[in-house]
Design a protein around this ligand. Structure first.
Ligand code: ADP
Ligand code: MG
Length: 249
């Protein structure tokens, strides 16, 4: 295995007026090619910020990040955008599909920035939709699709350019249990059968079970592997079960 993501002393600070928010603090970590990592942590702990920095959608304010061997700190905004389009697929909680475009046209968007011909683009987009099981929905608009189908279109869009890395920010957050399972199985398949490296932010411990590794963020700090945040015990299923049990009769 080789590192696909490597960070050294990575930090991100936001300045709002007189306030400084340390969203990420001194993160040193490595994610290997082919891993499926679930990133967990309370709201505001920096999960989305870390995903955005890995995706080159945002720049760190300190430290270094190498993704696929590239030092992202040395690329211009223009180079970053091109790099991201080629190497990273991003899946959002709220799908972020364009309402006036069909499923196929939505999946084609990242391909517009490549050198492919129009017919090749159509073909690649159709292949991606086929892979997520939506070959019979190519001409549907987002409003004609269920939430679960919309998220599968957005996963197809994320894989259209055949990127090495898939980043997903709470991909099941807006889905019912059955659709969430479909989306997670799809990510699992992309990891297992297509060798995609996946980093998925989730609040849901059921979703995290699909990953091969779970990492926790707390107040911008990435906890060492195998460590759980302090409050974890209080909110676990076991505690709730015990409480329900002891409150009976
Ligand atoms: P999470 O995804 O774990 O809920 P975020 O990464 O979104 O957390 O946010 C981490 C912290 O950084 C929060 O305190 C948040 O308010 C702050 N933050 C995130 N994005 C911005 C921004 N664009 N401007 C200012 N503060 C931000
Ligand atoms: Mg977030």
């Amino acid at each position: 295995m080789s590192a696909i993501i490597e960070t050294h002393g990575l930090g991100k600070e936001f300045v709002r007026g007189q306030f400084r928010i340390e969203s990420l603090l001194n993160i040193d970590t490595t994610i290997e090619k082919g891993e499926f990592v679930a990133l967990m942590g309370p709201s505001g702990s920096g999960k989305s910020t870390l995903l955005h920095v890995i995706a080159a959608m945002d720049r760190p304010t300190s430290g270094q990040i190498h993704v696929l061997g590239k030092d992202l700190g040395h690329l211009s905004d223009r180079e970053l955008a091109a790099w991201r389009n080629q190497h990273v697929g991003f899946v959002f909680q709220s799908f972020n599909l364009i309402p006036v475009l069909t499923a196929l046209e939505n999946v084609e968007i990242p391909l517009r920035l490549t050198n492919l011909s129009r017919s090749e683009r159509r073909q690649h987009a159709a292949t991606a939709l086929n892979l997520v099981g939506l070959q019979d929905r190519t001409d549907h608009y987002p409003r004609q699709l269920s939430g679960g189908q919309e998220q599968r279109v957005s996963i197809a869009r994320a894989i259209a350019t055949d990127p090495d890395l898939i980043l997903a920010d709470e991909p099941t957050g807006n889905l019912d249990a059955a659709s969430a399972k479909d989306a997670l199985r799809l990510l699992e398949k992309l990891n297992r059968d297509f060798g995609k490296t996946i980093v998925m932010v989730t609040h849901d411990s059921h979703a995290a079970r699909y990953a091969s590794k779970v990492r926790h963020l707390e107040k911008g700090v990435l906890l060492p592997e195998g460590t759980l945040p302090d409050e974890w015990g209080d909110s676990s299923d076991t505690t709730e079960g015990t409480w329900l049990h002891s409150s009976r009769g």
